[in-house]
Design a protein around this ligand. Structure first.
Ligand SMILES: Nc1ncnc2c1ncn2[C@@H]1O[C@H](COP(=O)(O)OP(=O)(O)OP(=O)(O)O)[C@@H](O)[C@H]1O
Length: 611
């Protein structure tokens, strides 16, 4: 995260005002009304106290009305400290909700992966989520507290002006000094928050590794608990150090301003007592003077702290605005074709070059290949050859750096990306195991049929996982997690963990639920399956793929030999292509890898025969 000075503009203020207004105008107006009343009550109390005290010294003056009003103001003074925070909290919750809704909608709207794989964007996102989205609520709360402080200050300054206009000078000066200090302090705090973002994410990362069930095995086997704990503490110590420095600075600034105000108030009190001794002030005047000085100080304190709070929240709100206003990481279609037509001929990659960043090496180097609309294409090659990257381009998570990907001859960049993705189904190498029920884990493949149990069961059958899911304690409603209870049952014991191969079949079922797709991408769909299961699954996949485009990526070459075309990728380039037999005859990389794997199996067979 860079160390540039955080700033905000009139646009940020307008954005905050719009957020507050859209969160519920009734609540906002009520809070404004309460701010006005809360600022008037202390001033009214001071004047009414003076009137009653002076009335006591003058037996002829009627006192009933001022006493009743004083009692009423007292009731208001007692109730307001509870009512204001309640309405404020309600307002803040409403603003926070709308902010989070907009923030996560903006992130979900990002069509590609480029921003999400950028650590600087992740830092901003963390800040936007943590402090930025509560920022507008803080700004509104701070601004309203500021209104309250200003009105109260105005009332008491007027009161002071009536008694001794000269007192306005030192009180005003002390206030200005404090205000300036508070502004500097809040800018410093916003800078520190920006700096803490990265370290806070790292600290959270280590803490998660220590807590998560998925990392638990490795952490224990390799004895990583101590190391991760120490790294987490290093981050935490640094964060604490930064926060302590910030708190020390705050203590210094606020302590010195408090002392300055107290000196001014003390001097005022000496003057008032002296003036009363000389008969220039009544007892009521002295009481009101003391209340006015205290009121001015309170008003200033509210104003200063709210100004600091608002200023800091506005600075942090910049991260939120940045994320919400982030431009899509993929270019929008220029011609804006409304729909993606069903695939008729195929998908063609034409001289595609790709790298993840300008300073990173090329991952794909001039790849040209076609995935026909009704055939099975296999993509094989060594680790890091660029196979999964090519899949990311097909799903348009990234655009090629050079060259084009064509859907029936139309550049993917000209197609609406959501429409395109509706026509693609797939299992990624790093598929997700959701802490949800078995039915949800499959149903997420097509949210339109999330509640259609027959479709979900049919997909599970095709992926060969139906029997295992049906036999779970709550069948398809069983939670596939030990971290959460099954929602429909108040029964903490029902969650189960699946085996690696079973999870893979669930992910496959999720992909197969979308049965109206034109392209089915399977990136290592059977890596975790036993030999028999693998045979079964591939048989079922062949039936499912019939008549549509299929792209199969696998390191197990026995599973790809039946593909119509096998494309061999190495170092980001297509080095061979053809059917299995032709590639074997060529005797190139594919043939070498295939024979290597086959010889492994043959040796095993011989070992078995010998034993
Ligand atoms: N998000 C990313 N940012 C930067 N580099 C990446 C990213 N994803 C992948 N790479 C790099 O791109 C290269 C190709 O990776 P890719 O995952 O496409 O290979 P692959 O052929 O699928 O490998 P494997 O067979 O091991 O799954 C690798 O060198 C990898 O480090």
């Amino acid at each position: 995260m860079n160390e540039e000075q955080p700033r905000y503009t009139a646009g940020s203020l307008r954005a905050v005002a719009e957020l507050a207004w859209s969160s519920g105008r009734g609540r906002l107006l009520l809070r404004v009304a309460l701010a006005v009343v809360a600022s008037a009550v202390p001033v009214a109390l001071a004047w009414l106290t003076k009137t009653v005290l002076d009335g006591l010294a003058d037996p002829g003056r009627p006192l009933l009305v001022p006493v009743l009003l004083l009692a009423l103001a007292g009731v208001a003074a007692a109730v307001l400290p509870h009512a204001v925070p309640y309405v404020e909290a309600e307002l803040q919750r409403a603003i926070d909700l709308i902010c989070r809704q907009r923030l996560y909608a903006a992130v979900a709207r990002l069509p590609g992966l480029r921003h999400l794989e950028d650590p600087r964007f992740q830092d901003r996102l963390a800040l936007a989520g943590e402090t930025g989205s509560s920022g507008p609520a803080e700004v509104v709360g701070g601004a309203l507290a500021g209104v309250q402080g200003t009105l109260m200050l105005g009332g008491f300054l007027g009161t002071l002006a009536v008694l001794n206009p000269w007192m306005l000078l030192p009180v005003g000066l002390a206030g200005l000094v404090a205000l300036h200090g508070q502004f500097r302090l809040s800018r410093y705090r916003a800078r520190v928050h920006g700096r803490l973002g990265h370290a806070t994410r790292r600290e959270f990362f280590y803490a998660q590794l220590l807590n998560s069930t998925s990392a638990a095995k490795e952490v224990r086997l390799y004895g990583l608990g101590g190391l991760f704990g120490a790294r987490m503490l290093t981050e935490l110590r640094w964060i604490n150090d930064q926060r302590s420095r910030m708190d020390r600075r705050e203590l210094l600034v606020q302590g010195s301003h408090g002392a300055l105000s107290a000196v001014v108030a003390g001097a005022g009190l000496v003057w008032a007592v002296n003036a009363a001794r000389q008969g220039r002030l009544t007892v009521g005047d002295v009481a009101m003077f003391v209340a006015a000085v205290a009121g001015v100080q309170d008003g200033l304190a509210i104003l200063i702290s709210s100004a600091g709070r608002t200023h800091e929240a506005m600075l942090l709100f910049g991260h939120y605005r940045h994320v919400v206003g982030t431009e899509p990481d993929l270019a929008r279609p220029r011609k804006g074709l409304g729909a993606v037509r069903p695939l008729r001929t195929g998908i063609e990659l034409r001289d595609v070059w790709f790298r993840y960043g300008d300073d990173l090496p090329w991952v794909l180097r001039g790849v040209s290949m076609t995935i026909p609309a009704d055939g099975a294409t296999a993509l094989v090659g060594p680790n890091g050859a660029g196979k999964s990257t090519l899949v990311k381009l097909l799903c348009r998570f990234y655009d090629p750096t050079r060259g084009t990907v064509l859907w029936d001859g139309v550049d993917l960049r000209e197609l609406p990306v959501e429409e395109l993705r509706r026509r693609i189904g797939g299992v990624f190498q790093d598929y997700v195991c959701y802490d949800l029920t078995a039915a949800d884990n499959i149903g997420l493949g097509d949210t339109g049929v999330l509640d259609d149990r027959d479709r979900i069961v049919a997909a599970a059958r095709r992926a060969g996982i139906h029997e295992a899911l049906a036999a779970l304690p709550r069948g398809y409603d069983t939670m596939l997690s030990r971290s959460f209870d099954t929602p429909a049952y108040d029964d903490p014991g029902t969650g189960v963990m699946l085996s690696g191969g079973q999870w893979q079949r669930v992910a496959l079922a999720r992909a197969l639920l979308r049965d109206r797709t034109d392209l089915l991408i399977l990136d290592e769909p059977s890596a975790g399956l036993d030999a028999e299961a693998e045979h079964e699954v591939h048989q079922s996949l062949r039936e499912h793929r019939a008549g549509r485009a299929g792209l199969l990526i696998s390191h197990r070459l026995s599973t790809v030999r039946e593909a119509d075309t096998i494309v061999v990728l190495s170092g980001g380039e297509v080095v061979e292509r053809g059917a299995h037999d032709a590639l074997m005859d060529t005797g190139g990389l594919y043939a070498r890898l295939f024979r290597l794997q086959a010889s492994g199996y043959q040796e095993q067979e011989q070992d078995r025969a010998w034993s």
